[in-house]
Design a binder for this molecule. Structure first.
Ligand SMILES: [Zn+2]
Length: 127
């Protein structure tokens, strides 16, 4: 949760206020009131990112408006996926192969040809 993102959201939400009547017609008034009360809460130091987003998602018009300006974070956004580019090997699925003498080797994927055991050099089979 970066406050920069929240500030941007609030700035855009303040911009949308002027356009609400055009976007929502008669529904604009109640949304305006809700926005104003959220802004007041933001000024008292409260985080309003979540209620603000959910308010603007209530109507298709405001949702589209908002998504154009403040897109939701995606997995492609590096700041939201700290592990990107740093794969955790322990998370990789391992394929287990076993030779007739019960020696076991693990590979990160299914091999196109069966491996041979490092100890007894016999062909291993996938478990
Ligand atoms: Zn073996």
């Amino acid at each position: 949760m970066s406050s920069d993102e929240e500030n941007k959201l609030i700035t855009e939400a303040k911009n949308i206020l002027a356009e609400l009547p055009k976007l929502l017609g008669k529904k604009a008034e109640s949304v305006e009131k809700e926005l104003e009360s959220l802004f007041a809460r933001a000024e008292s130091g409260e985080s309003i990112k979540r209620p603000l987003r959910s308010l603007l998602r209530q109507y298709e018009e405001t949702r589209k408006w908002m998504e154009k300006r403040v897109p939701l974070p995606t997995n492609n956004d590096k700041s939201y996926s700290p592990l990107a580019g740093d794969p955790d090997l322990s998370e990789m699925p391992l394929t287990v192969y076993k030779c007739p003498n019960n020696h076991i080797q693990r590979f990160p994927r299914v091999l196109s040809n069966p491996p041979t055991c490092q100890t007894c050099e016999l062909l291993m089979t996938k478990q």
